[in-house]
Ligand binder design. Sequence first.
Ligand code: SF4
Ligand code: SF4
Length: 78
Amino acid sequence: MGLGSFFKRNKKNKIEEVVESHIDINSAGCDGCEKCSIACPNNVLILADDIMSVRDSQVCKSCRVCVAICPNDCITVN
Ligand code: SF4
Ligand code: SF4
């Protein structure tokens, strides 16, 4: 579990702001197949001690590729 974020450009004053997203991994349903971590284009997820974890939430772009590929519906990204 952890917080993800991405930068969003404000066209009016060109200030970048961080938009937070939240990654939840249901470890009880996770079988450690690593499909999510392999598919993630930003290397956000990592298997640690047989538990899928968030390695670096700051680089998550909320693309939800991990959500789509998980065979056990373990991941939610808000
Ligand atoms: S939402 Fe996208 S960037 Fe974020 S962890 Fe999932 S696959 Fe990676
Ligand atoms: S794809 Fe789903 S079941 Fe596989 S390691 Fe990721 S969270 Fe666990």
